[in-house]
Design a protein around this ligand. Sequence first.
Ligand SMILES: NC(=O)c1ccc[n+]([C@@H]2O[C@H](COP(=O)([O-])OP(=O)(O)OC[C@H]3O[C@@H](n4cnc5c(N)ncnc54)[C@H](OP(=O)(O)O)[C@@H]3O)[C@@H](O)[C@H]2O)c1
Length: 284
Amino acid sequence: MKQVAIITGCSSGIGYETSILLAKKGFKTYATMRNTDKGNKLKEVAEKENIDLKIIKLDVTDDHSIKNAINEIVQETSRIDVLVNNAGNNIAGAVEDLSIEEFKEQFETNFFGLIRVTKEVLPIMRRQRKGIIVNLSSIVGKMAIPLNSAYVSSKFAVEGFSESIRYELEDFGIKVILIEPGVIKSNFYENIKMSKNSLTDPKSPYQPITQKIFEAFLPMLQYAFPTKIVADVILEAVTSDNPEIRYAVGDDAKSINEARKKRSDKEFENWVKEGFFEKKGFLR
Ligand SMILES: NC(=O)c1ccc[n+]([C@@H]2O[C@H](COP(=O)([O-])OP(=O)(O)OC[C@H]3O[C@@H](n4cnc5c(N)ncnc54)[C@H](OP(=O)(O)O)[C@@H]3O)[C@@H](O)[C@H]2O)c1
């Protein structure tokens, strides 16, 4: 019997790439997205490659949309083996410039959205006594970066949530793993929603630091790693009998992990500052 995979946020980037790869590797794949009008290219690829991939609508912030999507899958297949919680976005800016509503909006997608889909899929995996949940965190799910308190805290929350549920799901044969990419080339950076004042208002007290961070960040975008490296790691994890708890993806993410292990909290903070403010980057 074919294994069934569901992935959120497949209109672009990591979700798009992962859905094609899993389908090519024999998974019956449900590539979900909140706006299925964005699925034409994926549909064309699936037809051309003759892979078992179906696009369905799923908005992670909408309970009904999640229930409808999971019901449709279960009616067709009666099982779900792999859930990739990938949908996510970034709302950036200094904390003073970010409203509570913006923090909530960030968590609605990156954290509560992931929990909503997980809760809908868990009874199915529990009955099967088998399943793997892949949560897209980020290397900034373990290290903080400036002007990103909403995004960083949403990913720290994903890390804590994932570690906690691992204990309670183990006895039901359900695995939970974390994917922690560094800088990956996708629509992610062009979709960053900046808080109102941070970039445009020259009088903002956070304008100088914002400028510095942007200047430091642009070279990092030039080395951004392709989405394929993330999809490959997800495939490796979901086909492994004994997957790791977390996978850092990209040389930058690995270098950050190494730097973290060797340093005290304060030393590591200085290392991060050098990365941004002295433009040393994170491929060190
Ligand atoms: N790119 C990186 O450098 C990087 C690094 C670390 C972690 N990540 C994580 O990787 C994941 C995928 O990001 P990506 O790089 O592939 O970026 P992306 O190309 O912008 O893709 C993000 C996907 O999430 C979807 N999405 C956003 N809000 C949604 C919602 N409410 N319901 C359903 N789907 C929603 C987007 O759909 P729309 O097209 O409709 O907006 C899009 O399909 C995210 O969780 C991100 O935090 C990315």
